[in-house]
Each structure stands twice: as structure tokens, then as C-alpha cells.
Design a protein around this ligand. Structure first.
Ligand SMILES: CC(=O)N[C@H]1[C@@H](OP(=O)(O)OP(=O)(O)OC[C@H]2O[C@@H](n3ccc(=O)[nH]c3=O)[C@H](O)[C@@H]2O)O[C@H](CO)[C@@H](O)[C@@H]1O
Length: 364
């Protein structure tokens, strides 16, 4: 298969694309893949590092209010559709897949206009702007939450789950925590605010550090690349005990996750797919800054199933963070129950399901 794939901006759109590529290569080692992203998004760092062919397009998002910037946005969109057409002509894909973010809008739209089979994947319970637009043009749509179905043309939709779930579900423990300077036989909590870090979660964690230093469990605190220096400087003279580790970013999250007992983090859709695929107890702090408050809806679907706790960002302080973490990290039985409920929601064959959808689009 010749797969052209595009998804950009944040990890939540990029990692599902990479997981789909992994699954495709496992089934078809001869498969050829071209990834199209922007030069500014996280993808420009992550994708080439994996040895995947990567090309870029210049694009920007729409402002919600009327503005001159929007004229520039439309102009850039039309120009980027032109660039995408050139890439498509040269690469000759059998199928073009979009996993969200503005860049995938231009690439998948161009492919549909050229009558190439097209598929989009939606990770969220509330459909993103780009996928909503593309849904009118594509052949098939893979979704990860049932609640997304009614927001798309019904005939095109297939419940696949999020391909990243399959990638994390199939990794053996490798003592990866040891590689980060932690013990591999201690219960460990992972704190991170999505792929880019979250200021409020970082603040609360910093304020809780001296308590975390004394807990009978380990804490791995991932700040997000752009926040790291500020946090390190802010901590000043506060000592870090050996059971607390602070890092800017985790490159190989699938290796770390099987060694984690509890996650405290955002409720991004791809994080949730990982949490449920592995059955990891979690405390979710939905970002209030996303479209239609979709992270709260993502999180609520787990809470309703007894698979997670929800703490509103406005209520997150050092004290509430510690109470929530302790309620799971100091109580193995509570963790076990939550883990069981989380795993029941998991879709560990999601990448294969999405590959079937690609085949169906090719054979339309
Ligand atoms: C602020 C924002 O717009 N957030 C959106 C974005 O979140 P965001 O990009 O944060 O996406 P998710 O939480 O869904 O996924 C984050 C991904 O990054 C990985 N990771 C994270 C930290 C790290 O150090 N290393 C690492 O590999 C996680 O394992 C996961 O695979 O896309 C999601 C999926 O469309 C949406 O649901 C979120 O609402």
C-alpha cells in the first residue's frame, strides 16, 4: 500500500497517525508512507526522528472573529491545497488519511478533488473543525467515541477506536523507569499535561513537590518542553528526593506507560485511548480551553464507567492534587477496581480496525 498521511499541531493528532503507520508496516513491510505536516507543528520534530518521509505545507488556523488574518488564512489554504496536489501527483498514494489539525484539511481535501480514496480519523467525542469540513468529501471516517457518530454523515462512519491504543497495548515492560533514574519496582504516578504540558497542572505539582518527596511512591513529572526551564528555575533551592523525577518530555511514552500505576493529566483523546487500552487508573483534569469543552466530555465517559476521577482545573491545587493521588497511590484495591473498569473501555485492536477501513476505501 502507498499511504499518504497528514495530522498536525499536537501529539493528539500525530501519535495516532504514527501508530497507524506502525500497524501498516507490520502487515505490509513493503508499504510506502509519506507524512505531510507543517514545519512549525510538533510533527516536524517527531516524524522525521522515526525515519518516516516527511514533507511540509504552510498553513494557519481560522480566527473565530472576522479579521484580515482570515483573508490570509483562505489564501494560505488554497495555496496549500496546490502544494498538496503536487505531493500527491509525485507520490501516487493508494489512499490519503487525515488524523486532524489544519494541515490535514488541505491534504485530504486535495486528494478528494483528485478522486483518490480518502479516510479521516476522529479521536475526540466532539468532532474537530477540520474533520467536520472534510467529512463532506471523504470516503470513510473512523471514530473513537460513539458520541462522534451523529456529528458525521452516518453512512461513512466506522467505530475503530484510536490506533495509538493498539501500539501501547502491545509493549512489554522494559524497565524504562530505570532509564529515567527511577526505581523499576516502586509504584509510580505519572503527571503530565498532554503533549504540550499544562501550566495549571505544573503549578499545582510544583507546589506539591515537598510533599511528594515524602510519599512512599514515586512521581514522574513531565512538564512539557516549553515549560521545563521555568519550572526548574522556579523550584530554586527546593530539593528533589530520589522518588521524584522531573523531565521536559517523554519521547517513548509506550515504553513508560506499562510501568505506571496512576496518571494525573489532561483528558486529551489520545491520552484516554492509552489509559483505557492499558487499564491505567487516572485523575483527569480536562483543559477548559478547548473547543466545546470536549475534554470534559472525553473525561466524563470514563468517570461514568468508574474508570477515572475528574478534578476541574479551577479546583486543582497542591492539596487536591495530593488527595487525589493518595486516594489511588496509597490504595491498591481502589486502583485495581478502576483499572478493571478502564480496561473494559479499551480498544486494543484499533489500528487493525482502521487499516480495514483504509482497505474498504481503496476498494470502494
Ligand atoms: C490543548 C489541546 O488542543 N488538546 C487537544 C490535543 O491534545 P494533546 O496533543 O495533548 O493530545 P492527547 O492528550 O490526546 O495525546 C497526547 C499524546 O502525546 C503523548 N505524549 C505526551 C507527553 C509526553 O511527554 N510524551 C508523549 O509522547 C501521549 O502519550 C499521547 O499520545 O489533541 C487531542 C486529540 O485530538 C484533543 O483531545 C485535545 O483536547
Amino acid at each position: 500500500m502507498r499511504l499518504m498521511i497528514s495530522g498536525g499541531g499536537t501529539g493528539g493528532h500525530i501519535y495516532p497517525a504514527l501508530a497507524l503507520i506502525d500497524a501498516l508496516k507490520a502487515h505490509d513491510p513493503q508499504a510506502e508512507v509519506l507524512y505531510v505536516g507543517t514545519h512549525r507543528g510538533l510533527e516536524s520534530r517527531i516524524v522525521p526522528e522515526r525515519g518516516i518521509d516527511f514533507k511540509t505545507i504552510k498553513i494557519q488556523g481560522f480566527k473565530r472573529s472576522l479579521s484580515l488574518q482570515n483573508v490570509k488564512t483562505v489564501w494560505l489554504f488554497l495555496k496549500s491545497v496546490g502544494t498538496a496536489r503536487k505531493y500527491i501527483k509525485a507520490f501516487k498514494p493508494d489512499v490519503v488519511v487525515g488524523t486532524g489539525g489544519y494541515v490535514s484539511g488541505a491534504v485530504v481535501f486535495a486528494a478528494s478533488q483528485m478522486h483518490i480514496p480518502t479516510v479521516i480519523h476522529e479521536q475526540n467525542s466532539v468532532v474537530g473543525v477540520t474533520n467536520k469540513f472534510l467529512s463532506h468529501f471523504v470516503d470513510k471516517i473512523g471514530i473513537s467515541f460513539e458520541s462522534a457518530r451523529s456529528q458525521f454523515p452516518a453512512k461513512k462512519v466506522v467505530m475503530t477506536g484510536n490506533p495509538r491504543a493498539q501500539q501501547v497495548a502491545n509493549i512489554e515492560k522494559t524497565a524504562a523507569l530505570k532509564g529515567l533514574g527511577l526505581q523499576d519496582d516502586q509504584p509510580t504516578a505519572l503527571i503530565f499535561g498532554g503533549s504540550r504540558g499544562a501550566a495549571r497542572i505544573n503549578q499545582a505539582t510544583v507546589a506539591a513537590i515537598s510533599e511528594l518527596n515524602q510519599r512512599p511512591y514515586q512521581t514522574l513529572f513531565v512538564t512539557g518542553q516549553v515549560h521545563y526551564d521555568k519550572i526548574k528555575n522556579g523550584l530554586g533551592q527546593t530539593p528533589l528526593a530520589p522518588n521524584v523525577k522531573i523531565v521536559p518530555y517523554i519521547k517513548n511514552m509506550p515504553a513508560i506507560l506499562p510501568e505506571i500505576e496512576t496518571i494525573l493529566g489532561r483528558a486529551g483523546a489520545t491520552s484516554i485511548a492509552e489509559i483505557t487500552a492499558l487499564g491505567i487508573p487516572s485523575i483527569l483534569v480536562p483543559s477548559p480551553y478547548v473547543t466545546n469543552d470536549h475534554q470534559t466530555k472525553n473525561a466524563q465517559s470514563l468517570v461514568d464507567a468508574g474508570a477515572a476521577q475528574l478534578v476541574k482545573e479551577a479546583d486543582l491545587t497542591a492539596a487536591t492534587l495530593l488527595t487525589a493521588l493518595d486516594s489511588l497511590m496509597l490504595h491498591a484495591d481502589a486502583r485495581q477496581t478502576m483499572a478493571k473498569h478502564a480496561k473494559q473501555l479499551g480498544m486494543p485492536d484499533a489500528a487493525d480496525q482502521l487499516l480495514n477501513v483504509l482497505e474498504a476505501a481503496i476498494n470502494r
